[in-house]
Design a protein around this ligand. Structure first.
Ligand SMILES: Cc1cc2nc3c(=O)[nH]c(=O)nc-3n(C[C@H](O)[C@H](O)[C@H](O)COP(=O)(O)O)c2cc1C
Ligand code: SF4
Length: 430
């Protein structure tokens, strides 16, 4: 398979905020070409590229942009979601820190298409040093005529602003992010209306992930079909994956869609750490699904993952070895959601608390078979009735681990934890 580096090609090779070094390394070719094309032509290329949003929901970007382009309202805004709050996800950080001009170029092409004059990059507060790099890259792009007024002498203007998040996971949800950008409490809005029709300041807004925007210059440069061919039939291009957990070589890897999860863990990641056996893989961050060894040959592409009831989410691939207990692992996951639930709706606010209590009970050796059934029922209610994606996806890890490891949950009701990790062990129950 071709070793294609589209997003990570310049990582570590240039001074990140230097326009000169960026251009010398092939930067701004996409924008230069874009301004010679009609807006509709670029959107067509994006549709051909099979680019799906890289922030988690995997919405087709070309379609989203076509719909926003069709809205006849002014002004329009561009927003970049750089909140990167999903546990196990640290890929946007690499683009922001090592090639921010790639993101800025992608957003500028977006502004050219939409006729947007203002854009916002919403960066998580924890990335304060990175915020400074992005701000400096914006200033340098302005000085060089690639941002600001009359960009490339083509008579279009676009300015970018960096806004800092304040540490709430829910602010990564697109409508909560828009609320937060407007200076309000970051809580999700009712949808519809969708952000593309009625987003920032109630105006049409294109909101995409850092990685999504960063794919655009290449699509314009090589054309949608060529870009798509780097991946599989229905999943175009490449993806940044974040490999973490009990694996030898943790880090960010750019892969063409189509590699299997096994190839990623064993060829790129060097296998499970300390010669242990793999127990499961948590795909897509804490809100994603867990898969057992038997599904490792699934290819990383949206269609194959969907067939197996999985999704790639933000691109986190967390390896868990067989010294870990599923109940103990889930407790940590649910603690996160219990903490991050914004409290706006009952299923999520209450559901996360109840699930955590039931897991704690199991972990102490006090759980019953009825508790396991109760967890399944709460999870289903949360999925069906929560107001936003946080509550809808919070029980996904639990549901999938119950599907593949139900026996372990049942053993806990008999006071046994094979891995010796649960609190019942310290109390001498086991
Ligand atoms: C609770 C929650 C947190 C999210 N966090 C992020 C995030 O940190 N970054 C991101 O790009 N998308 C995040 N999303 C997805 C966004 O709502 C949205 O789908 C995405 O930013 C759209 O960009 P894309 O189409 O380029 O993926 C989150 C969604 C939910 C429900
Ligand atoms: S699902 Fe959770 S995070 Fe989303 S609105 Fe309801 S309480 Fe808030």
């Amino acid at each position: 398979m071709e070793d294609i580096k589209i997003l990570s090609a310049r990582f570590g090779k240039i001074k990140p905020d230097s326009v000169e070094e960026y251009i010398n390394a092939g930067g701004y070719e996409g924008l230069k070409k874009a301004v010679t094309m009609q807006q509709e032509e670029i959107i067509e290329e994006m549709k051909k590229s099979n680019l799906y949003g890289r922030g988690g929901a995997a919405y087709p970007t070309g379609i989203k942009w076509e719909q926003a382009y069709a809205v006849k309202k002014d002004p329009k805004y561009l927003v970049c979601n750089a909140d990167e709050g999903e546990p196990g996800t640290f890929k946007d950080k690499r683009i922001l820190a090592e090639d921010p001009l790639l993101l800025i170029e992608g957003m500028t092409i977006g502004a050219y298409i939409m006729g947007a004059k203002e854009g916002y990059i919403y960066i998580r507060g924890e990335y304060s040093a990175i915020q400074r790099i992005v701000k400096s890259a914006i200033e340098n792009a302005k000085k060089a005529g690639y941002l600001g007024t009359n960009i490339l002498g083509k008579g279009f203007d676009f300015d970018l602003h960096v806004v800092s998040g304040a540490g709430a996971y829910v602010c990564g949800e697109n409508t909560a992010l828009v609320e937060s950008l407007e200076g309000k409490q970051g809580r999700p809005r009712q949808k519809p209306p969708y952000v593309k029709n009625c987003g920032l300041f109630q105006m049409p807004t294109i909101l995409n992930n850092v990685e999504t925007y960063s794919c655009i210059p290449c699509i314009v440069n090589v054309g949608g079909e060529r870009y798509s061919s780097f991946g599989t039939e229905f999943s175009g291009g490449t993806k940044l994956l974040c490999l973490s957990g009990n694996v030898v070589n943790r880090g960010v890897y750019e892969i063409p869609y189509g590699l299997t999860i096994r190839e990623i863990i064993y060829n790129l990641g060097g296998g499970v750490k300390d010669g242990k056996k793999l127990k499961f893989v948590h795909l897509g961050g804490s809100s994603g699904s867990c898969l057992p060894e038997s599904l490792l040959d699934t290819r990383i592409c949206y269609d194959d993952l969907k067939k197996n009831g999985l999704s790639l989410g933000s691109g986190a691939v967390l390896v868990v070895d067989d010294s870990n207990c599923v109940v103990d692992y889930l407790k940590a996951v649910m603690e996160f959601f219990e903490e991050e639930s914004c409290g706006k709706c009952t299923p999520c606010r209450e559901g996360n608390q109840r699930l955590l209590e039931l897991l704690e009970k199991l972990s102490q050796g006090r759980g019953t078979l009825a508790d396991i059934e109760k967890m399944k029922s709460i999870a289903q209610t949360m999925k069906m009735t929560s107001f936003c994606g946080l509550g809808q996806s919070a029980p996904t890890a639990l549901v999938t681990l119950l599907k593949y490891f139900e026996n372990e949950f049942i053993e806990h009701t008999a006071g046994k934890c094979a891995n010796g990790k649960c609190s019942m062990n310290s109390k001498g129950v086991n």
